[in-house]
Design a protein around this ligand. Structure first.
Ligand code: P5A
Length: 446
């Protein structure tokens, strides 16, 4: 993409309404624009990151054997009356009446809708296990939407639902989600720690939240610092293996890590030595639940088991805050000049800065570099504006592409360009071909 042909409305002023760093940088770098309280338009650069995050989520869900689909944003209130949640959900639910006077709602979550699909089509244990998921917009009329996309009213969520014959099988699905979520967050350059939490309006007491530690996080957390040393890494877990998935559960959530709702001071002291006890804040980027037959019983989602008996299915649901993740990643990865995108989610793989636009040699070298990167399957953003070098660097630093290639007449005279890491600030001179190879190598490993 050439910057002169792109739509990147970067703000010069720091927006006054943003109290913390991520909404400030998202507005300044032209990723989003507020449409109403807690509702945002995704401008082209922000949309690119959102799509990258979605792609990682899809890849990891499919790898775990879960099946993508798409349900609507609007739902009929009748289904929610069956589960009893229509009244319970309260003012967070946006209720809508259609022209025929029918009660509708903008879905805050989809347990009812998916259970209705299941009961219409599945009747035998032979069709289990089954896990369906989608990535769809949700609406929760939060009393205090704030921190930009982190607590929005309209937000994008990946929500998955497992259907299993009994509790053991459903707990395996729970563990599969835990493993796939650990992989997902690490691919985005994040450490998200599973912590025992509260079921809230979704239900059940078998639930973990995934938290990214950050001072600006809304959740209060208590944990054993040893858990921060754990990495999922590139281990090859077989999702079909009950034992392998269970082993991950025993390794990660067996360490003390809880949100304030489930924190117990006496247990904390008994289990964690004083020097490892931490009390901090975190951003909740996901949550997994096992709630058994909470929805299947009242809604009649039953299957015939291998004994010929009709039994309600055991279910769980599992969510990732897809749009919130942009905020969480920025909170975890920025400096005073702007965003620093991890390679896994960056909107463009590298920026090309032409120090002397209009200089024939510099222009030609940039065009060749651009074409060579594209030929390697990479997406560069070429700053071809007639701006000063300082302004071009400031824009690149603000929007946070992890790598920048700087091209100028002086370097070209020696046959080199400069490759700079946004994270470390370190620059290295090399031939344009070597820069392209280096980037191709870096992204091959992402
Ligand atoms: C699990 C999937 C559920 O709704 N039902 C379907 C279950 N869980 S949850 O914890 O309530 O939400 C899942 C994740 O969505 C993100 N999230 C939000 N993101 C932005 N703005 C909001 N107002 C908001 N509310 C929830 C969180 O990341 C949460 O973990």
């Amino acid at each position: 993409m050439r910057l002169t042909r792109y739509f990147l409305p970067v703000l010069k002023e720091t927006p006054s309404e943003a109290q913390i760093v991520s909404p400030r940088l998202m507005l300044r770098a032209g990723l989003i624009k507020q449409a109403a309280a807690g509702i945002y338009s995704w401008l082209p650069l922000g949309y690119r990151v959102l799509r990258r995050i979605e792609a990682i989520v899809h890849e990891e869900q499919v790898r775990a054997g879960h099946i993508p689909m798409l349900m609507p944003t609007l739902q009929s209130a009748d289904l929610w009356r069956e589960s009893g949640r229509y009244e319970d959900y309260g003012q967070e639910m946006l209720r809508i009446t259609d022209r025929h006077g029918r009660d509708m709602l903008y879905g805050p979550t989809n347990e009812e809708l998916i259970t209705d699909i299941f009961r219409a089509h599945v009747g035998s244990y032979k069709d289990l296990p089954l896990t369906l998921y989608h990535i769809q917009w949700k609406f929760r009329d939060e009393i205090r939407p704030r921190f930009g996309v982190m607590r929005g009213r309209e937000f994008l969520m990946k929500d998955g639902y497992n259907f299993d014959i009994d509790q053991d099988a459903a707990l395996h699905a729970y563990n599969r989600h835990l493993v796939s979520y650990l992989r997902t967050y690490e691919r985005m350059g994040l450490q998200a720690i599973p912590m025992r939490a509260d079921g809230g309006p979704i239900g059940g007491d078998h639930t973990h939240e995934f938290l990214v530690l950050a001072e600006t996080g809304e959740s209060e957390v208590f944990y054993d610092s040893a858990i921060t040393d754990l990495r999922f890494g590139d281990r090859d877990v077989d999702y079909a293996s009950v034992d392998q998935c269970q082993a991950v559960l025993e390794e990660f959530p067996s360490r003390y890590a809880r949100t304030d709702e489930t924190h117990d001071e006496a247990t904390f002291h008994a289990r964690v030595p004083e020097e490892r006890r931490r009390h901090a804040r975190g951003i909740e980027v996901g949550q997994i639940f096992y709630f058994g037959t909470k929805y299947s019983e009242p809604m009649g989602a039953v299957v015939v088991n291998d004994q010929g008996e009709r039994v309600p299915v055991h279910m769980g649901s599992h969510g990732i805050g897809v749009s919130r993740l942009l905020g969480a990643i920025i909170e975890a990865s920025h400096d005073d000049r702007g965003i620093i995108w991890p390679e896994g989610v960056t909107p463009f793989h590298a920026g090309i800065v032409n120090l002397k636009q209009g200089d024939a040699a510099a222009d030609t070298a940039c065009e060749k570099l651009y074409a060579a990167l594209v030929a390697k399957g990479l997406e560069p953003l070429y700053d071809d504006r007639g701006e000063r070098a300082g302004a071009k660097f400031a824009t690149m630093d603000l929007i946070g592409l992890p790598w920048r290639i700087t091209v100028g007449p002086r370097g070209l005279a020696k046959g080199v360009v400069e490759l700079t890491s946004r994270r470390t600030g370190e620059s290295e001179e090399m031939s344009p071909e070597a820069a392209v190879d280096r980037l191709a190598q870096i992204y091959a490993g992402v």
